[in-house]
Design a protein around this ligand. Structure first.
Ligand SMILES: C[S@@+](CC[C@H](N)C(=O)[O-])C[C@H]1O[C@@H](n2cnc3c(N)ncnc32)[C@H](O)[C@@H]1O
Length: 241
């Protein structure tokens, strides 16, 4: 996969040179490039922003440097993602879709926002959540991280993201590692039993319990199996006692 990021703060993306995403670049599973659109400004001062027509607070990104920088990028530009707090809220499902694409282009807004005509370049307007960031860079970094880790071979074992929260529509069950007893806090017995079927059932039940408690909205749209329905009945009975 190729990822191109239009930004006036390319150095902010150095963070992607570390950890799993850094390794994915080393293994050439993904190629990440930044394009500083200030370099494309045609005015003498290299300004990339100007006052909004009609008045109002703040400055807006000019269309010209962004259009020219976008046109300098080679490749199919399969998805062009504009970071915007008014966009569609980013989800694991979106990360799964993006991970299938040949090339992603991110456009990072800054200041008070951008000239609306920039949207003519865009296939997806995406928000990281219901809050306002200084610029689109932090949002792009999170989306790139969530997407690249889903590319096959990026994580050590192919299966290691399949049980992540949201991947199967539920929140992940609690996990434990050594020691079995730490300062009097012990690991649930079933996890040290070696009984794989019982462990599977316990994990499914705890995954359902956590989802029911924290994100009941996820269960509303979930196709529950008979086993899950029975486990939810058991959880409800436990809560009633
Ligand atoms: C200070 S914000 C501008 C906010 C804009 N005036 C508004 O009210 O929607 C500057 C830029 O940061 C990015 N940004 C801010 N919050 C974001 C969020 N929640 N998700 C994605 N991008 C965001 C966008 O690219 C935005 O153009």
């Amino acid at each position: 996969m190729k990822i191109d990021i239009l930004t006036i703060f390319p150095e902010m993306f150095d963070v992607l040179n570390h950890s799993m995403i850094g390794k994915a670049q080393e293994k050439e599973l993904v190629e990440i490039q930044t394009v500083d659109f200030r370099q494309f400004a045609t005015n003498n001062q290299k300004h990339v922003d100007d006052y909004p027509y009609g008045g109002g607070e703040g400055m807006l990104l000019l269309p010209q440097p962004i259009f020219d920088a976008f046109e300098s990028i080679e490749g199919p530009k399969s998805r062009v993602i504009l970071l915007d707090p008014a966009g569609k809220k980013f989800t694991q499902k979106m990360a799964e879709d993006f991970a299938q694409e040949e090339q992603l282009v991110f456009i990072c807004g800054h200041y008070e926002g951008y000239d609306e005509r920039i949207k003519n370049l865009v296939t997806d307007e995406v928000s990281l959540g219901d809050f306002v960031l200084t610029g689109g860079e932090m949002a792009a970094i999170s989306i790139i991280d969530a997407t690249v880790r889903l590319i096959p071979e990026v994580l050590g074992q192919a299966a290691s993201h399949e049980n992540d929260s949201f991947s199967n529509g539920l929140l992940e069950y609690p996990q434990y590692t050594r020691p079995a007893d730490f300062r009097g806090m012990s690991v649930p017995e079933v996890l040290t039993s070696g009984n794989h079927e019982k462990i599977r059932q316990w994990r499914l039940k705890e995954s359902l319990r956590k989802t029911k408690q924290r994100r009941p909205d996820l269960l509303e749209s979930y196709s529950l199996t008979d086993e899950m329905v029975q486990l939810l009945v058991d959880i409800q009975e436990e809560e009633n006692n």
